[in-house]
Ligand binder design. Sequence first.
Ligand SMILES: Cc1cc2nc3c(=O)[nH]c(=O)nc-3n(C[C@H](O)[C@H](O)[C@H](O)COP(=O)(O)OP(=O)(O)OC[C@H]3O[C@@H](n4cnc5c(N)ncnc54)[C@H](O)[C@@H]3O)c2cc1C
Length: 391
Amino acid sequence: MYSGMTKSALEWQIKIRKFVDNELIPWEVHAEKNSGNLPSDIEKKHSDIAIKLGLPGMGISKKEGGLELSMFEQMIIWEQLGRVTNALCWCFSEAQDWMEENFTPFQKENYLYPLLKGEKKECYAITEKGSGSDVNGSIKTTAELIDGNYIINGEKWYVTSANKADFFFLQAKLKNGKNKDQHALFIVDKHLEGIELIDTPEFTHTFSHHHCIYNFNDVKIPSNCIIGKEDDGMAYTHSWFRHERLGIAARCCGAAERLIFEATKFAKDREANGTKIKDFQLIQSMLADSVTELAATRVLLFEICKEHDNQTDVKILHAKCSMIKLYASEMANRVADRAVQIFGGRGYMRENVAERFFRELRADRIWEGTSEIQRIIIANSLYKRGLENLI
Ligand SMILES: Cc1cc2nc3c(=O)[nH]c(=O)nc-3n(C[C@H](O)[C@H](O)[C@H](O)COP(=O)(O)OP(=O)(O)OC[C@H]3O[C@@H](n4cnc5c(N)ncnc54)[C@H](O)[C@@H]3O)c2cc1C
């Protein structure tokens, strides 16, 4: 129990925990053995439950059809969803507050509301072959304004969920006009002419959501598909990063909680040399370190969520989202490593939750900015804004 818990957040925690325990976790091993896929009726059931709960619009205002939950409540939900492996919690698309703030009426009608109703799914195309950590500097994809349309050219890598999506959020550099070389963010329908799936690489985890490589060759999109102002693309991507970094941190806390729970249960039951392994002090040490690190991470996570809800200066918040993404992802990886160790040989079996999380959590130190990039953001913020603003 977190000391800042509200009644509403507690109700959400209980509700989502039940959804995860009763509906999602029972399908993990099936997903693991079937390339991440579930029977279509089960997949639909999960998605229907999530939509009925209102999860696609958890941060969207009530007037736009969302739940208008605080960031604190949203992360309470994502923490519970993080307890399940194989990305089975990605059974809904999440509309985010920056979309509500910046979409035009046309974009709300055609993309935001369908996301809320589960009628459309989105994916994010930012990374390229030569541009990962250095999003700002090295993106090569261009958008050229010709006769009222933007013409998109480029290749995007690792587009998560692109195999299930209806449209991309695509970041490109403007090729002409007064904002030449600035970054813009576009909505690009996936069925448009000139969009080609180049590859679906295999990754360490077993997810039905692929991380595809797409080519955009003279793709023509109407000018009403640009989000906000032409030169604000990077700002929207930063808003998305902040949200995702908090979400990753919350899911890492959920994963760590599940791992500690399962490893403790196993340690209480398992005997070696006629002794329950829970009584070995080296096992106790691994559990004690794990639970202590998780407790510390949760406090920091929910403090930062409250700062978000109290509208802390966005630049300070940006660094704090990096802090918690860095800390929580590294914590969860340590906890997963210890859990595998506690389970012994069983911890190396794919049907074991520790084995799956051990592989899955590794990406959390890479995507949405690597641990090194988070450290750079934090250090720069320390120099610019001072220690007193970061702690
Ligand atoms: C499974 C998966 C899903 C993904 N999904 C998406 C998605 O949906 N959309 C999307 O746009 N992208 C996505 N990505 C891309 C992801 O965000 C990038 O992989 C990540 O930002 C790192 O970029 P990179 O792979 O090009 O590594 P690089 O930038 O080439 O980095 C390589 C190494 O150098 C280090 N490094 C780089 N710069 C510095 C520096 N200045 N100082 C110190 N060290 C540095 C990095 O930390 C890393 O260790 C996904 C990636 C993966 C693995």
